[in-house]
Design a protein around this ligand. Structure first.
Ligand code: SPQ
Length: 427
């Protein structure tokens, strides 16, 4: 499907972006293996999260979709999952595949995890290697790719230093350790999102966090909870960026997740001179949330790297767009992980922004963007990557003429309703 975007005069209004994708996945997973019901509100009903729901339904969990964003999970207990009769299809979702790999390794049945063409190209050795150290019987194509075959087995805790900052690897090992006979210590090169840690504790699981490492523990039982999912800051990022770039804009984003492991984009934009304020802060289930108010701003270039990268990794495509409008050069470095997302997000971001007239070059671990450069509408491809499709749409609001985006449908992976929300701010 092709989407056409034309320039916006201004963006004004109040919106509430859909629920956080990472938290929605985890609520289904922990709810499924907890005792009793888990009630989830403001759940993200997107393709990725529906892949997680389908996976647990295949394992005998009753999951009721009450309305467009409320779900009740009828937990089966830690040992209550049933052997799936067919391969579990994680679709486009790396989170589903990698977290499930850990959860399934400790079961007393065999299973297979597969995914779509994009996911079958993404590395799974990052979970295969540590899971094998725990005693898992797990193998993949070339020992690296989906489909993964998992023969349930007895697991033991390990000490593991992760080669990259990855919440998915960390969460995979935390979930596997629930079924192990001893604790696992996980060292992270830099802090990544900690939603699994926070939610597991809310469900009654034990976990210690220290500077640079966490200790995960086996569990006897988890207890179903009420989870109210905050708005996804990775989805809010598109509107925050639009608010900064489109002239005369003022956007209020209600109840967005402000977990400090996810707010790198706010720090980067403040450093670049963005007018961003936070109001009405509260915390629920350990997750901070609040309203974000954005006004049009003159931006300046900056350097984004090091420990900041895992805290804004999924927002880099749209931050790169903002950098095309900033005075001076923006360097994004230490971001090699971008190469193994739904697309190679270094190559694809540079491709799209260059086609729109930006002055940007790829580097080995990120990119350099020289601004400000006026953008010109053009035909671009989404590369089947939801974050790129939405980044290109925001670019289209400030580009001269029309911008068309091929392969628009991938937006449903994380943000159904994105276009309607964008339109509403233009009225
Ligand atoms: O789930 P998936 O496909 O990996 O989604 C992405 C995204 O852009 O939506 C990455 F492509 O988000 C990841 C994120 O990059 C979601 C995630 C999580 O929920 O744990 C963690 C990050 O990945 P990683 O590899 O750094 O752990």
């Amino acid at each position: 499907m092709r989407m056409a975007i034309t320039p916006a005069r201004r963006l004004v209004g109040e919106i509430q972006v859909p629920g956080d994708k990472s938290i929605s996945h985890r609520a289904i997973m922990l709810g499924s293996i907890a005792q009793g019901d888990t009630y989830i509100t403001h759940f993200l009903m997107s393709e990725d999260c529906l892949s997680t729901i389908r996976a647990f339904r295949q394992m005998g969990v009753h999951i009721q979709i009450v309305d467009s964003n409320a779900v009740i999970v009828n937990g089966q207990g830690l040992r209550g999952l049933k052997a799936p009769q067919a391969a579990i299809d994680a679709g486009n979702s790396g989170t589903t595949a990698r977290l499930l790999a850990g959860l399934l390794s400790g079961q007393n049945f065999s299973s297979t995890i597969t995914g779509d063409e994009s996911l079958r190209r993404r590395p799974m050795d990052r979970v295969i290697i540590p899971l094998r150290k725990m005693g898992a019987h797990i193998s993949g194509v070339q020992d690296k790719y989906l489909p993964l075959s998992i023969g349930g087995s007895a697991l033991k805790g390990i000490d593991y230093s992760m080669p990259m900052a990855s919440a998915q690897v960390k969460s995979c090992l935390i979930l596997a350790t629930l079924y192990a006979d001893s604790p696992t210590r996980i060292y992270e090169p830099a802090p990544s999102r900690n939603h699994t840690e926070l939610m597991l504790q809310a469900f009654g699981g034990r976990l210690d966090t220290n500077d640079g490492y966490i200790t995960a523990y086996p569990a006897d039982q988890l207890h179903g909870q009420q989870v109210h999912v905050p708005g996804d800051i990775s989805s809010a990022a598109f509107f925050i960026t639009a608010g900064l770039l489109v002239p005369n804009s003022n956007i209020i984003l209600k109840e967005v997740g402000l977990n400090p492991t996810r707010t790198g984009i706010l720090e980067a934009y403040k450093e670049m001179g963005g007018s961003i304020a936070i109001e009405n802060v509260s915390t629920s289930g350990g997750e901070k949330r609040g309203d974000i108010i954005v006004n049009t701003s003159h931006l300046k270039g900056t350097v984004i790297g090091g420990q900041l990268i895992p805290r804004l990794i999924d927002e880099i495509p749209v931050i790169a767009l903002a950098a095309t409008q900033a005075q001076g050069t923006t360097i994004i470095k230490d971001a090699q992980e971008l190469k193994v997302k739904e697309s190679n997000r270094i190559a694809t971001v540079v491709d799209i922004l260059s086609r729109l007239g930006a002055n940007v070059e790829a580097t080995d671990d990120g990119m350099a963007i020289h601004g400000p450069t006026p953008l010109k509408g053009n035909a671009v491809d989404s590369f089947g990557d939801h974050r790129l499709a939405m980044m290109a749409a925001i670019a289209g609001l400030i580009a001269r003429g029309e911008t068309t985006i091929n392969g628009w449908e991938c937006v449903n992976v994380s943000f159904p309703g994105f276009y309607d929300m964008l339109k509403r701010l233009q009225n």
